[in-house]
Design a binder for this molecule. Structure first.
Ligand SMILES: [Zn+2]
Length: 136
């Protein structure tokens, strides 16, 4: 695992001289010799986000900024907006390809195929979470 990528994605430094790093969740970690401090925190508390970081093959980190932009890039936000809109509003899935709706909405367009891909990923994630909490 790329410890530097994990640290730079989840943590920011108070200032350039500080060896205290603050996670997105507010937890602070002191920089050690390696990245174990940071990686173990992320593995313990942010394992879902870590999975997303490691599984996103469209994301090839070339710098700190690339790693950070993963969390603020437009695509996940767009997908989230569409999923939320369709699921919460019980909208027909085909609405994502409705040209009139797209013209009137603020959402960036995605394809029906993309929507269905993320719908089934979300379903699997929810199923996994539920089954891990159910008694045997
Ligand atoms: Zn954290």
């Amino acid at each position: 695992m790329n410890g530097k990528l994990v640290r730079d994605t989840f943590f920011h430094r108070k200032d350039a001289l500080s060896d205290i790093w603050t996670c997105k969740c507010g937890t602070t970690r002191k920089a050690g010799r390696g990245y174990t401090n940071f990686v173990s925190h992320v593995q313990a508390l942010h394992v879902d986000d870590l999975g997303a970081l490691l599984n996103d093959d469209s994301h090839v980190p070339s710098s700190t900024n690339a790693a950070i932009s993963l969390f603020y890039s437009k695509k996940p936000l767009t997908i989230h907006e569409w999923l939320d809109f369709v699921v919460a509003g019980l909208e027909p899935f085909a609405v994502v390809e409705n040209q009139t709706f797209i013209r009137l909405s603020k959402f960036d367009p995605i394809s029906y195929k993309t929507l269905m891909k993320y719908m089934s990923m979300m379903t699997r994630t929810v199923e996994t979470k539920i089954s891990s909490e159910l008694p045997e």
